[in-house]
Design a protein around this ligand. Sequence first.
Ligand code: AMP
Length: 142
Amino acid sequence: MAAYDDKNIFAKILRGELPAYKVYEDDKSYAFLDIMPRAHGHTLVIPKAPARNILDCPPEYLAHVIQVAQKIAKAQKIAFGASGVTVQQFNERSGGQVVFHLHFHIIPRHDGVALKAPASVQEKAEVLGANAEKLRNALAGK
Ligand code: AMP
């Protein structure tokens, strides 16, 4: 497996070199909206560790990010009235991974609504901003 490359997009977001629609952050993790969402509120949860994917992630970070994924999933049900949540995670190019910093996709679902194709449509900034705010409010219990 290739070594972690800190020039990937998500590493730049973690360092504040690129903008992101942040919804949650703590000492070990960061969560932000996918800018090409498969559904409204599609969120990515990443560890603050230089992990390429689950194959090299320190176990304590892996355990933490799945707990944050659960927190986000619960907030999505409130913020978007979701009746279900899909969690996806890809490892290496053959496993469908495109960005090589470990991330979990947390996607709100509604009965009978299909997911958009991956990375197919860039969402408008105002929609992403509003959705991030809804999710932050739900996380804060507002
Ligand atoms: P994958 O590695 O296959 O899980 O796909 C990477 C995901 O990152 C895709 O869903 C993209 O829409 C998303 N993505 C790419 N660039 C950004 C960005 N700058 N901010 C948020 N999401 C992004």
